[in-house]
Design a protein around this ligand. Structure first.
Ligand code: SF4
Length: 57
């Protein structure tokens, strides 16, 4: 996968400001309006670190 920089510190897949997931899904945050700026998008692959830690126990 291409190198993806990400600053979402709370995500399980983030290491050293890069995404280590094998693939990611980006989606629009709203279905009612056209997506026009980057703030209208979000990473659907995001997994909170605390949730991933609980699942590994
Ligand atoms: S899965 Fe999404 S939020 Fe998590 S590190 Fe990768 S790009 Fe960032």
């Amino acid at each position: 996968m291409p190198r993806i920089k990400c600053s979402v510190d709370a995500c399980f897949y983030q290491e050293g400001n890069e995404c280590k997931a094998s693939s990611i899904q980006i989606r629009p945050t709203t279905m009612e309006h056209m997506t026009t700026v980057s703030d209208d998008t979000a990473c659907g692959t995001f997994v909170p670190r605390h949730v991933a830690a609980m699942q590994q126990k």
